[in-house]
Design a protein around this ligand. Structure first.
Ligand SMILES: [Zn+2]
Length: 107
């Protein structure tokens, strides 16, 4: 019984490590995707689309639905951006989704 319990524990521990590693990979991929950083914004026609588009996206960690907590106008390195602060309804992870308004000059 002793050995079996030990093996079970270590299998659970390595599962937890694998889950953490995969969450980190998904997080990295999400940052490379459109909207993941201010440098790779999603282009929209009007600021009113920020909430709509952000809430239509899925959590990159668990594919859950997102809820917009805040919508901010920001200037990042001289470029005007909109950021939607979102939280996953399923796993509770938070992130920012970045937008640029079409037709707004970057210069
Ligand atoms: Zn999630």
């Amino acid at each position: 019984m002793g050995r079996r319990a030990q093996r079970k524990r270590s299998a659970a521990a390595s599962d937890a490590i694998a889950a953490r590693r995969s969450a980190r990979d998904r997080e990295r991929l999400a940052r490379l995707a459109e909207g993941g950083t201010p440098e790779r914004p999603i282009t929209i026609e009007s600021a009113s689309q920020v909430e709509v588009v952000a809430e239509s996206m899925r959590c990159p960690l668990c594919d859950g639905g997102l809820r917009v907590l805040a919508h901010e106008a920001q200037v990042v390195d001289g470029a005007r951006r909109r950021a939607a602060r979102v939280v996953c309804r399923a796993c509770g992870s938070t992130r920012a989704i970045w937008f640029a308004l079409a037709g707004v000059s970057l210069h």
